[in-house]
Write a protein that binds this ligand. Sequence first.
Ligand code: B12
Length: 290
Amino acid sequence: MPKTDVLSTRQVAQLLGVGEATVKRWADAGEIECFRTPGGHRKFRLRDVTAFVQGRKFEVQGTLPARLSSDASEEEGAAVSEFETSALAGDASGCVAQLAAHRLRGESLAAIFDDVVAPALVSIGQRWQLASLSVAEEHIGSQAVIDAIARAQPLAEPPGEPNRAVRGAAVVAAVAGEMHDIAARMVACLLRARGFEVLAPLAQTPARDLADLVLRCRASIVALSSTVPRDLAELSEQVGMAARAAGQSGGRVVLGGVGMANVPLPEGAELLRSMRDLEAHVGGARPQRH
Ligand code: B12
């Protein structure tokens, strides 16, 4: 089994939203499988954690969620609607369990974000637009997704070791006026897992503040998101400021989201379409420690 499928007690605790002492108690009681390192630390296989999450403790209904696969769109649709159902029930634990199960099948978290989480949110948005969901229901769904992304951090990280940032700082934000920050949260999660020290002001970050932050932390990467189309001149100015600030410390800017589609790209900026593109951009392999 690849090492990336082994989690520490801390990571399992984060994943399940409980304290480390609780995880240790469950492990010692045999409720969740674990093994010990030569140093005596408990380690957990992702599949055992998933089995536990899907078991009685978190009351996730049914078996593993539908499989993700590019040539099985029907199953992919089922995976999306299962995720959407859990989100709309406010069941962040159920969402996490599904993310864990897809990871368990070997999907990257980036791919799961692109193929399951984002489409589930689009569907929620469509239902809200058609008034088949109330604003309150939409808010419950998006909040469950936000909670699940936070708790999914261990699924993104190469597990089993403490995360020591060695690739410099990353600033992750949604552009000025943009309240949609779920894509930015996904980006933050993935960059953190790749060894960046992430500063994430997220929603509605004013252009000037963003540029100051980029300069102050000498960001090596700045990720900006715009979920909805907005004033192109303002957007272009904001992206330009971020690119100039990043350029001063040799950093680069990556942009994403439908709202960024037509923005002119300054030097040092690149438009990415997806979380998969982001993974490819920053490289899958974790850097060497020193
Ligand atoms: C959740 C949600 C909200 C939440 C946001 C909560 C939050 N913290 O983010 C709340 C309730 C606050 C909200 C508010 C509003 N919303 Co809203 N919202 C949504 C919803 C359902 C999901 C948005 C989302 O998170 N999508 C998931 C992300 C991950 O998807 P994505 O942005 O496409 O990102 C993918 C790629 O583009 C890429 N990507 C994106 N950014 C980046 C960045 C980088 C660096 C990289 C590498 C990749 C990348 O990767 C992602 C994964 O594949 C959408 C539905 C939809 N179709 O998206 C409506 C939607 C976006 N909202 C809409 C509207 C109208 C509004 C409001 C104006 C409603 C109102 N009247 O108040 C306000 C706008 C507030 C503002 N000023 O921004 C409309 C926008 C229509 C339009 N095109 O103009 C939508 C489309 C709903 C609809 N069907 O009508 N919303």
